[in-house]
Design a protein around this ligand. Structure first.
Ligand code: BES
Ligand code: MN
Ligand code: ZN
Length: 500
């Protein structure tokens, strides 16, 4: 989609639809919208009087201009209470509006930078919200549908109309919004892709292509090299699969330090059947999305390469399938993770933490200053928090505070979970250093405590995205299927860490 910023008067712009806004409780029309209202012989003010336009958040009203304006339609979107306006609300309302307009055969839209100057929202941030909301809200995944009539229309052009004074700022903001949304949609594509397409090999190929187009250094460890590095977790999980495992490492260089400033680790299980501890068949198809963490870190580092913050970032994606087989890992088996710690495997379905143990070991060996991992790790996290927010776990409060702030900035909600030492007891094994499940109680916490053992003293945050990586409904900037969470959080975090 083309996104551009032009200067001028929105009432003179030619487009299939022009978008303006209205707040709840607003008495008078803003100057922009008043001019349009006048040209339309008072059609908008009449709808306000009659109560059809209330300004409720995500309310969409379409007014046809019948030749009275160069644009075919004026669309009034509700932004809720003015005092409660935020980046995320603008982003969501724009997304809902674009989705409402798409089936009408509308291909070009023009809009104002909604909300600039309100609640300390800068022109940059509002333009970012408009661009991000448009691209995120219009996302579809139709590549496997051959029936043409099932495809919705396509909005091809978004024009943001501005005054001369703020044009450069709107351009900067909309460009950032585009980069963040495109990265998120890239992650969504990878997660939505069926597991027969998105194998570890294909994930590695996708990473290679991204590295090439963004100038990132890439290194993919094959089975043999993983064996040399004694990555027992990776090799253990991969034993049940006919697909070769891939341990994918990408480097972004943003300053002259030798070490990475932050390592982004993403669980890359391209399909999780549970292995020998096989899952029930109900909803097992959703386990094609068990590489959502890996997709997000890959997408995030590609956006980071475009935004160029002054920080070194490494993305690490341990990728394999988890399947049952005559050669598969068995309950009771003992594995040695990279770094030498031994793990008793009680459930082969707790495979994420096994591959992440090696990834954490690898990140530590690189001497990275911070680690953030993202993983669809536990059903228990969905029980605890639902699909509303991601669970965060840490060994360093200052770092998790930054991660949560980076999430808020993106509208990707994160809630911190406890890490009391008392929980560690549940992971004690009689035959190895640690066991890979800690029982039913506090399953999300004991999983995090397992990872903490391998993060050791490196400042680390674990994000459990089991509930937030997939959406079962279309709402605001989310559509059904993969959400791309926490791509934008990770990008924002890298930008924050680069500033110090
Ligand atoms: N990938 C799953 C977690 C998951 C469940 C993600 C539902 C998304 C939706 C993970 O590998 C898993 O199977 N976890 C087990 C852990 C248990 C065996 C301790 C779980 O949550 O049941
Ligand atoms: Mn599992
Ligand atoms: Zn899994």
């Amino acid at each position: 989609m083309e996104i551009k910023v032009i200067t001028g008067d929105i009432a003179r712009v030619k487009a299939d639809a022009i978008i303006v806004n209205f707040f709840t409780g607003q008495r008078k029309l803003d100057t922009d919208i008043a001019a349009l209202d006048k040209a339309l012989d008072g059609a908008i003010s009449q709808l306000v009087r009659q109560g059809e336009i209330k300004g409720k958040l995500n309310e969409v009203t379409v007014v046809h201009s019948l030749g009275k304006l160069p644009a075919d339609r004026v669309v009034v979107i509700g932004l809720g209470k003015k005092t409660e306006l935020s980046f995320n609300k603008i982003c969501g309302a724009v997304a809902e509006t674009c989705r409402a307009l798409r089936p009408k055969g509308i291909t070009s839209i023009a809009t104002i930078a909604h909300g600039a100057g309100i609640n300390n929202l800068s022109p940059e941030v509002t333009a970012q919200a408009v661009a991000e909301g448009t691209l995120l809200g219009l996302y579809t995944f139709h590549k496997h549908i051959t029936r043409k009539e099932d495809k919705p229309g396509e909005i091809k052009q978004l024009v943001i109309v501005s005054s001369n004074r703020v044009k450069p700022r709107l351009e900067k903001g909309s460009q950032k919004g585009r980069i963040l949304a495109e990265a998120t949609n890239l992650a969504r594509d990878m997660v939505n892709e069926p597991a027969n397409y998105m194998t570890p090999t294909r994930l590695a190929e996708t990473a290679t292509k991204l590295a090439r187009s963004h100038g990132l250094k890439i290194n993919i460890l094959e089975h043999e090299q993983m064996a040399k590095m004694e990555m027992g977790g990776m090799l253990g999980v991969a034993r049940g699969s006919r697909q070769p495992p891939k341990f994918i490492i990408l480097h972004y260089k943003g300053n002259r330090d030798k070490e990475p400033g932050v390592a982004l680790i993403g669980k890359g299980i391209t399909f999780d059947s549970g292995g020998i501890s096989i899952k029930p068949s109900q909803k097992m198809e959703e386990m094609k999305g068990d590489m959502a963490g890996g997709a997000a870190v890959l997408a995030a580092i590609s956006a980071i390469a475009r935004l160029k913050p002054k920080i070194n970032v490494v993305a690490i994606i341990p990728a394999t399938e988890n399947l049952p087989d005559g050669n598969a890992l068995k309950p009771g088996d003992v594995l040695t993770a990279m770094g030498g710690k031994t793990i008793e495997v009680i459930s082969t379905d707790a495979e994420g933490r096994l591959v992440l143990a090696d990834a954490l070991g690898y990140a530590r060996k690189l001497g990275t200053k911070h680690i953030v991992d993202a993983a669809t790790l536990t059903g228990a996290c969905i029980i605890a928090l639902g699909k509303v927010c991601t669970g965060a776990f840490t060994n360093r409060q200052a770092l998790v505070d930054k991660v949560i702030a980076a999430g808020n900035e993106a509208g990707e909600l994160i809630w911190q979970m406890p890490m009391f030492d008392e929980y560690k007891e549940q992971n004690k094994s009689d035959v190895a250093d640690i066991k890979n499940i800690g029982g039913r109680d506090a399953g999300a916490v004991t999983a995090a405590q397992f990872l903490a053992e391998f993060a050791e003293d490196t400042p680390w945050v674990h994000l459990d995205i089991a509930g937030t990586s997939m959406s079962d409904k279309e709402k605001a900037h989310q559509v059904k299927g993969a959400t791309g969470v926490p791509t934008r959080t990770l990008v924002n975090l890298a930008l924050t860490l680069a500033k110090r």
